[in-house]
Design a protein around this ligand. Structure first.
Ligand SMILES: CC(C)(COP(=O)(O)OP(=O)(O)OC[C@H]1O[C@@H](n2cnc3c(N)ncnc32)[C@H](O)[C@@H]1OP(=O)(O)O)[C@@H](O)C(=O)NCCC(=O)NCCS
Length: 185
């Protein structure tokens, strides 16, 4: 459990299904199109799946009301091909209920999450992908002190064009190292 002024970041529970459905009904960006949920039944199954990954999937919860307003998810991966190399790198995904955008909640949650990864989990590098049109996400990365490392042109496709061909998107990569995080603190 991670606590900030206004938020708790905690593992999901099945009872989060209705709140999960509220913000997953209409994914706001193409990269989350495959995360769309249509019914409460689907949301219950998804909440159970997320609850089974308490280390990597956290619900963003308003302390005042207990409402789940979003999620932050990051799986540790290794930066080396060696079998026993430490899983010291994380690429987080974040998503907030549209009704709670523009209130600083994403920054508050992500900042505490980064502090947890760097300070307690031994993570060395955090990187994030974001599409070139996703200005709120780019702004969030920049507020967190992440460096823009590059632009991958027509890097990935999540949805098709109206004619059925893949729609390729241009993707920025942002990153920050633990030593950079410690310095900026
Ligand atoms: C990316 C996303 C999480 C960012 O959320 P957000 O609400 O824009 O980000 P923040 O919580 O940091 O809020 C930003 C604004 O809140 C405002 N704000 C209001 N009250 C505030 C407070 N107490 N503290 C800080 N900022 C506050 C500020 O104006 C701030 O904008 P600024 O820093 O440019 O001045 C959100 O747009 C989202 O869920 N998008 C869809 C999913 C997505 O794109 N995920 C990433 C895929 S790559």
């Amino acid at each position: 459990m991670i606590e900030t002024n206004r938020l708790l970041l905690r593992p999901f529970v099945t009872q989060d299904a209705a709140d999960l459905l509220e913000y997953r009904r209409e994914p706001l960006v193409n990269c989350f199109a495959c995360m769309k949920l249509n019914t409460l039944e689907e949301a219950r199954a998804e909440a159970e799946k997320l609850a089974a990954q308490p280390e990597s999937c956290l619900a963003i919860v308003l302390k005042d009301s207990g409402k789940v307003i979003g999620e932050i998810e990051g799986h540790a991966e290794s930066a080396s091909p060696e079998d026993h190399a430490p899983a010291d790198t994380v690429s987080p995904c974040w998503m907030l209920n549209r009704a709670y955008h523009g209130k600083g909640y994403a920054y508050e949650a992500a900042r505490a999450y980064f502090e947890h990864l760097f300070g307690e989990k031994g993570i060395r590098r955090i990187y994030a992908y974001t599409e070139d049109y996703n200005l709120p996400c780019q702004r969030l990365c920049e507020k967190l002190g992440m460096r823009r490392e590059g632009l991958f042109v027509e890097f990935v496709s999540f949805v098709n064009n109206p004619d059925g061909t893949p729609l390729y998107e241009n993707t920025f990569q942002y990153a920050i190292l633990k030593k950079e995080w410690d310095t900026q603190k």
